[in-house]
Design a protein around this ligand. Structure first.
Ligand code: AMP
Length: 445
């Protein structure tokens, strides 16, 4: 099979790395890819993955490329081309593609759509209202005592959510988005949700239009600094599985979310083939969906795909063909941890072109994979080319060792201004210690 993968981040490097292991794949391109993706080789014939200089949003050029190369399947990584309707465009032109169509991608591209859907079909979510009128929005926020999340309806590069702790703060957020148009047309409508407290986890389910197969849990670390301080980022690290839901409870939570979601999709004529990724807050009153994404999480993909034992090509094929009910997902029991190395200043302004050293040494460590995100090749060097630069990922027999291995690999890598969080998976380890202590108490060990 010939594959085209669209995107250039750590998620896409993980997808390419995993897809390249499949004996089905004879040739692979990535548009536009990055320096790490360009180093991957196919397990079947040792052919290099070829990066092609086409933007992930350039839909006509991507279609023309896929047709010219007779790609058997195009795999879409990021949200933007999905929201723009790349799947519909390819399908109309007889080109096979994996990902949700534009209508299905609305779960991510419109928070108003997603919130209304959750309420209509009884998916557990936060108390919320949707607004285009600032005065009504202010009244709703005031009724919540200002403790709320104000969210722009459309895609806003992950920056469209403002968490507020008081009425004046909420009013400022509403004015900024609805009146000041801080996010342009993406903010012509907003969702206001009550502020929820709890542990936030990521769920993923692979879907084929009628079946949804739940992944194990993962947890992202969205804030820039240790202790969940600092600005929101695209994600500074992740690990899987989390100790916050055991398998039985995960299955229950999955059903509470996915059963009504599948019913709603059937009722609304939504044919969702791709990854549904709900962001979930585990509150003391039960799970609550904060948002839906319609693609793989980044950096969750890096920890999921280092645990996945199935052939990913076969899974994506089944998702496109509607035959997922015949497939069982298989996961390595080894936990996986990904630590993101970012450019100094990220998520604000940052410099590019800094030389990265130590990649070879880090890559030689056992059970370790350094996924590239914002990197480029400059002559014989690899340099920084984005905010999130690398996703250093390691797996081991337990979470503590996986975490230690990921940080040991991080220590080998250097570039000017590199920043990373030192507490990825730290809360999970504390939780696991508490659990094992209370187990010991229970059994009087
Ligand atoms: P979203 O893009 O909707 O997931 O929001 C981005 C981040 O804001 C989430 O990952 C949460 O950390 C936080 N957040 C969103 N909604 C809420 C809420 N209702 N209560 C508390 N935190 C929230």
């Amino acid at each position: 099979m010939k594959l085209l993968v669209i995107g250039s981040g750590g998620r896409e490097h993980a997808l390419v790395w995993k897809l390249a292991q499949s004996p089905h794949v004879t040739q692979m391109w990535c548009a536009p890819g990055n320096a790490g993706i360009a180093e991957e080789r196919l397990a079947r014939n040792q052919l290099a993955v070829e990066c092609v200089n086409l933007g992930a949003d350039d839909l006509p050029a991507l279609l023309a490329f896929a047709r010219e190369k007779k790609a058997d399947l195009t795999v879409v990584g990021p949200d933007n081309p999905l929201a723009m309707g790349i799947v519909d465009l390819f399908q109309k032109n007889g080109a096979r593609i994996w990902g949700p169509n534009q209508k299905a991608a609305q779960f991510e591209s419109s928070k108003v759509f997603a919130q209304n859907f959750m309420e209509k079909y009884g998916i557990p979510t936060a108390r919320a209202g949707t607004f285009s009128d600032a005065r009504a929005a202010r009244d709703f926020a005031a009724a919540l005592g200002g403790q709320c999340a104000v969210k722009a309806d459309g895609l806003a590069l992950g920056k469209g959510v403002l968490i507020c702790g008081s009425v004046p703060e909420a009013e400022r957020a509403i004015d900024e988005i609805l009146v000041g148009k801080a996010f342009g047309a993406a903010g012509s409508k907003i969702v206001i949700q009550e502020f929820l407290e709890g542990v936030e986890i990521s769920l993923h389910a692979l879907c084929d239009g009628t079946t949804a197969k739940l992944f194990p849990t993962a947890q992202d670390h969205k804030r820039a600094l240790d202790g969940d301080e600092g600005l929101n980022t695209g994600g500074m690290g992740a690990y899987s599985p989390t100790p916050f839901l055991d398998d039985a409870r995960l299955a229950e939570v999955g059903r509470e979310i996915l059963d009504p979601w599948l019913k709603g999709c059937a009722a609304e004529g939504i044919d969702f083939r791709g990854i549904l990724y709900p962001g979930v807050m585990l509150t003391k009153d039960g799970p609550r969906v904060l948002e839906f994404n319609a693609r793989f999480g980044d950096p969750e993909t890096q920890v999921y795909l280092t645990r996945l034992e199935n052939d990913l090509v076969e899974l994506l094929d089944a998702s496109v063909n509607g035959t997922l009910s015949r497939v069982d997902l298989k996961w390595s029991p080894m936990p996986s941890v990904c630590v993101v190395l970012a450019s100094g200043g990220y998520p604000g302004a940052y410099a590019k072109g800094k030389c990265i050293t130590g990649l070879t040494q880090a890559g030689q460590l056992p059970h370790t994979k350094v996924f590239h995100a914002g990197t480029a090749r400059s002559g014989d060097r690899i340099v920084t080319n984005g905010g999130r630069v690398l996703g250093v990922t390691a797996w081991a027999g337990d979470l503590s060792r996986a975490r230690g291995a990921a940080y040991a690999a991080v220590e080998k890598i250097q570039f000017d201004g590199a920043q990373f969080r030192r507490d990825i998976a730290a809360k999970a380890l504390r939780q696991a210690q508490i659990q094992s202590h209370s187990e010991r108490m229970k059994f009087n060990l």
